[in-house]
Write a protein that binds this ligand. Structure first.
Ligand SMILES: [Fe+2]
Ligand SMILES: [Fe+2]
Length: 135
């Protein structure tokens, strides 16, 4: 599974890109630390940090959208909630011993994040840059 940041993931907005890089870095770390290990104590702190960073990032995007009266805010927020739901299900599943944090388990949230960056985030970034004239 490859997820490491590359410029194809850039949405053209510096602050948002920086935060996306952090998220992807945490996904990469989660993967490298969890690979082949059943020990939750190894990856638990990274999973917690990922949820924290995702929550903070989503809040940041939504504040920017509100400031710019972005018409897509409600729909975008629903996507954020769905993504947080995926991470919550992942965490609960691990709590209940339903599996280990493998590549297979990380595939769905990873795919969802990339799809979100390429779609709704890129759309909003283009709108924000058009409105504010800066990256
Ligand atoms: Fe977003
Ligand atoms: Fe984002």
């Amino acid at each position: 599974m490859r997820m490491t940041w590359d410029s194809a993931l850039s949405v053209g907005h510096d602050d948002i890109d920086d935060e996306h890089q952090q998220l992807i870095g945490l996904f990469d770390l989660l993967r490298s630390e969890a690979a082949g290990k059943d020990d939750r104590s190894v990856f638990e702190p990274i999973l917690v940090a990922l949820v924290d960073h995702v929550s903070g990032h989503f809040g940041h995007e939504e504040r920017l959208m509100a400031e710019l009266d972005y018409a897509g805010l409600a729909r975008h927020r629903r996507e954020h909630i769905e993504f947080l739901g995926l991470l919550t299900m992942l965490s609960l599943g691990l709590d209940r011993g339903l599996g280990t944090l493998s590549d297979r388990v990380l595939r769905l949230p990873r795919h969802a994040l990339i799809r979100h960056i390429h779609g709704p985030d890129r759309n909003f970034a283009a709108f924000a840059l058009d409105r504010t004239g800066r990256a």
